[in-house]
Write a protein that binds this ligand. Structure first.
Ligand SMILES: Nc1ncnc2c1ncn2[C@@H]1O[C@H](COP(=O)(O)OP(=O)(O)OP(=O)(O)O)[C@@H](O)[C@H]1O
Ligand SMILES: [Mg+2]
Length: 270
């Protein structure tokens, strides 16, 4: 019944969340460009990804109505067209956008006995199908999520106070758990890894990231030794800090000792 679990080659499932202008679209493209050869972007933001068309190479489909089934159709179309990288920018609209899940619940609820409770029983399976389609797609997927500050009322010391809970992605609660890695971007275009199944990325921060995350993700997805992937990730960040092109620092098929030695070399460089 049981066999030893083994990490097999698989596809990236990355979410990038952040407020407006934090770098979701750019970072998605910068990472994906080093993971996939043929990139499709599902753009729900009035074609805003096109402003990076001179920097990155990708095809774009614009969605104007955000029924999750429109996303599902677009993902399947990308699959059939043979793309190996898909960027969904943004997945938030499938939840809170024109025709998205929340609007569907409102519209259906008005027509049905049982109101929104009954409406959710119609919309939840559609939302689930969208997440299943994303997770099953035979290509790397990066989804962006808008985030906003969540507040709560606290009256534990006698008077009511508004307390900040932190930034939350605009999507169904718990959407983070569907992805292997979640990057939380801020106004300085710095990504904090807030959730990671890839140990080499856990807890790390990256300033204006791109290739260094892509390389780490690829090695991890290929089932490389996690300790080695971690060392490689640190080496690439060091190279970036030193202004050394990543392909110069990059050591394919190197042993841990070789990576450590190369790290010492880089650190000694001015
Ligand atoms: N990883 C990165 N590397 C280099 N520059 C970046 C990076 N991320 C963001 N930037 C810079 O920040 C700018 C804004 O980024 P971007 O358009 O991706 O933000 P966004 O979060 O998608 O915004 P919006 O919510 O408006 O769509 C970019 O034009 C670029 O100059
Ligand atoms: Mg954007």
């Amino acid at each position: 019944m049981f066999v030893p679990a083994k990490k097999v080659k698989s596809y990236a499932r990355l979410a990038i969340m952040g407020p407006a202008g934090s770098g979701k679209t750019y970072t998605a493209l910068a990472i994906m460009s080093h993971m996939a050869e043929k990139i499709a972007v599902i753009d729900t933001e009035h074609g805003s990804s096109a402003k990076y068309a001179n920097i990155f190479n990708f095809d774009m489909a614009e969605l104007k109505e955000f029924d999750p089934r429109n996303y599902i159709d677009a993902i399947k179309a990308a699959q059939e067209a043979g793309y190996d990288g898909l960027i969904i920018d943004s997945l938030s609209h499938a939840w809170m956008g024109k025709g998205g899940a929340l609007e569907m619940v409102e519209n259906i609820g008005q027509q049905m006995k049982g109101g929104s409770f009954a409406a959710w029983s119609k919309v939840t399976p559609i939302q689930n199908e969208l997440m299943d389609t994303i997770l099953a797609a035979p290509m790397h997927v990066v989804a962006t999520l808008r985030s906003k500050m969540e507040y709560t009322m606290d009256d534990s010391n006698g008077r009511k106070e508004v307390v900040k809970l932190g930034m939350k992605p605009v999507q169904r609660d718990g959407v983070e758990y569907e992805f292997d890695v979640v990057l939380d971007m801020d106004f300085t275009n710095t990504a904090t890894v807030t959730k990671s199944r890839c140990p080499a990325l856990t807890g790390r921060k990256f300033v204006r990231p791109g290739e260094e995350i892509a390389v780490v993700l690829k090695e991890w997805l290929d089932g490389e030794d996690p300790e080695k992937v971690k060392l490689m990730g640190l080496l690439l960040t060091l190279a970036k800090e030193k202004g050394i092109p990543i392909e110069q620092a990059w050591l394919e098929k190197a042993s841990k000792e070789e990576i450590i030695a190369r790290g010492k070399e880089l650190r000694a460089m001015k």
